[in-house]
Write a new protein. Structure first.
Length: 234
């Protein structure tokens, strides 16, 4: 891997550190959360995220180095994975403690993917339609599949989860978002069963979904990398 690629990936990771810090400051000032009545209660909830700051930075670095070690993807693919996985980790922390998915983070993902898509089209102008349709169909598939699940279940899936899966489809395409959903729902089911067995949750309780979306996405990209390694072994 050339030095330019390494620098670009590290710059993207550094941007996430800065973004996480700035978002943290916004939370401290209560700009994002008008519905929270008790400032004291809110600060107590936020202490969890503050304690996870250094773990977050460590995870960002590990994911970045992990992607840099594998030469089987282009720079845009690696940045695409890096942005999605790292942002999902940030969202997982927020959803786990605060039970919400901030729209500003979703807008950031939407803009980032659109810029990457434009770069992909410019680098492969002959296949621009296939590239665009793959992302658009992925966005539609992520939204429609989860919307059907929402209609069937009528609980447990929020509007934030719906928007998030649409954006994941925008990043990963139809095949990717379907696989990520499979991993996510499988992990959610297994963990929920264990929580019910050990009486940590009741049947009517809901668990935050974004941590499982993060794990499902990581599993999908990890398996993609492993399969790519197998296909490139001489």
């Amino acid at each position: 891997m050339d030095i330019v690629t390494i620098i670009l990936l590290m710059m993207v990771s550094f941007c996430f550190f800065v973004y996480y810090y700035n978002y943290e400051m916004n939370i401290r000032e209560g700009k994002e959360f008008d519905k929270i009545i008790s400032i004291t209660a809110f600060k107590n909830k936020f202490l969890f995220l503050e304690k996870m700051k250094y773990i977050s930075v460590l995870v960002f670095i590990i994911i970045t180095v992990f992607l840099m070690l594998f030469p089987y993807f282009g720079i845009l693919q690696k940045v695409n994975m890096l942005i999605l996985i790292n942002t999902l980790f940030l969202l997982a922390l927020i959803d786990f403690k605060l039970k919400l998915i901030p729209n500003k983070v979703l807008i950031f993902l939407l803009i980032a993917r659109t810029l990457l898509l434009m770069a992909e089209v410019l680098l492969d102008i002959e296949n621009w339609l296939d590239i665009v349709l793959q992302s658009v169909f992925g966005l539609g598939a992520g939204f429609l599949i989860l919307f059907v699940c929402l209609l069937i279940s009528r609980s447990g899936i929020g509007a934030g989860d719906l928007k998030l899966f649409a954006i994941i489809g925008y990043f990963s395409g139809v095949f990717g978002v379907i696989n990520i959903m499979f991993y996510c729902f499988a992990l959610t089911a297994v963990v929920s069963i264990f929580l019910i067995i050990f009486k940590k949750y009741k049947l009517k309780d809901t668990v935050p979904m974004v941590p499982f979306i993060f794990l499902g996405t990581f599993c999908y990209y990890f398996m993609t990398i492993i399969l790519s390694m197998g296909g490139n072994v001489n």
